[in-house]
Ligand binder design. Structure first.
Ligand SMILES: *Cc1c(COP(=O)(O)O)cnc(C)c1O
Length: 375
């Protein structure tokens, strides 16, 4: 079986370093925040080319705290996309604000900047682009719109650690940016973890308080906060893994290039690939193909011993738990089409080229068969 992602093979490749880092935390018995987390925060800020990083207990918590630091609260509006993992919108709702969705660019599946301005109202406070599948949203026009309307930009960079856009790092372009280190993400913890990065010292001070029950000094609680602290074991694991992120990203890019060349001429038979944002360099968290025959293709691959995924089958505006937002079928046609047609192929740094080639050949075989049946 070729898996969609393989976390075990990566662990085997760095096992001695990871085991040592974890046992050091246990020996020190400093389990929450502390020197391991601080050391990781420094390395993460360096990678992201930001002044500060603040480790928290998930990407969702990172989004929640970034929104609070931006001053978002009840009655405010946050412009984002429906074609994302649900946490993007959930975090907005936690603050009492409303997520306002705009449709995606069908080629990149990222927010379509030309649709943002008409969604701005007097209540809009934040634009929150998502760097979907590891490819940055088109940040130049987004930042320009934000400046013109005096809005704050929070990058949901959960899937895009180490991605670039016109020579800038994902996370360094907005006022604040959020990362997830969920185990399956490109930089995965061994449990839950996330971080906020920013160049703004006031923001980072506030986020450090908010993640730790609003504590300004021991047992002095300056404001209502949360228990969103990063565990030391996660900080220690992430610090080890951060050393390898460039190598792993290079491997993902080389896999994406191989898929791209092996699947190139399938466009004519209705299998489309994702386009990268102009001026950007994706880190290929997910490698999707798009086809109207998605269910059949997935079955065909499964029968050939190839696992696939769907990111994501139901856009947030059509989730039953989000009906109160008042959206319905047809509101975001490009989002709905992408959700109906996307299929994620196996993608992880350690994916062997012969396995990748077998995946690509199986997709080709399926597509060309379909063509023969229904020209
Ligand atoms: C994973 C993810 C999140 C949430 O991160 P968690 O660590 O799972 O809480 C938020 N936004 C996007 C786009 C994600 O992919």
């Amino acid at each position: 079986m070729i898996p969609l992602v393989d976390l075990k093979i990566q662990y085997q490749s760095i096992k001695s370093e990871i085991d040592l880092a974890i046992s050091e935390v246990v020996e020190s018995s400093h389990f929450v925040l502390g020197p391991q987390v601080e050391a990781f925060e420094e390395e993460l800020a360096r990678l992201c080319e930001t002044r500060f990083a603040c480790g928290v207990n998930s990407g969702t918590s990172a989004l929640h705290l970034a929104l609070l630091a931006a001053g978002v609260g009840p009655g405010d509006e946050v412009i984002t996309v429906s074609y994302t993992f649900v946490a993007t919108a959930a975090a907005v709702l936690y603050t009492g604000a409303h997520p306002i969705f705009v449709d995606i660019d069908p080629l990149t599946c990222n927010i379509d900047p030309s649709r943002i301005e008409s969604a701005i109202t007097s209540r809009t406070k934040v634009i929150m682009p998502v760097h979907l599948h590891g490819s940055c949203a088109d940040m130049h026009p987004i930042m320009e719109i934000a400046r013109r309307h005096n809005l704050i930009v929070i990058e949901d960079a959960a899937q895009a650690v180490a991605a670039d856009y016109h020579g800038r790092r994902a996370g360094s372009m907005g006022d604040l940016a959020c990362f997830s280190f969920y185990p399956g993400k490109n930089l995965g913890a061994y449990g839950e973890a996330g971080a906020v990065v920013t160049n703004n010292e006031d923001h980072v001070k506030l986020i450090r308080q908010l993640r730790d029950h609003g504590q300004s000094e021991k047992y002095h609680h300056a404001r209502l906060g949360y228990n969103y602290r990063m565990e030391a074991i996660q900080g220690a694991v992430l610090k080890v893994k951060l050393k390898y992120i460039d190598e792993w990203t290079k491997a993902r890019r080389s896999h994406a290039a191989a898929y791209r060349s092996q699947l190139a001429e399938l466009e004519q038979v209705g299998v489309r690939l994702l386009e990268e944002t102009a001026g950007g360099r994706s880190v290929h968290h997910i490698f999707p193909v798009f086809t109207r025959e998605r269910a059949d293709l997935q079955r065909h691959l499964q029968a050939a011993g190839i696992n696939t995924g769907i990111h994501y089958p139901i856009p947030v505006h059509l989730q039953s738990g989000y009906r109160d937002l008042g959206y319905g079928v047809g509101d975001f046609p490009h989002t709905e089409k992408a959700a109906a047609e996307t299929l994620s192929l196996p993608m992880y740094p350690e994916l062997a080229l012969e396995d990748l080639t077998r995946v690509a050949e199986t997709v080709r075989e399926f597509s060309l068969q379909k063509l023969a049946v229904s020209p």
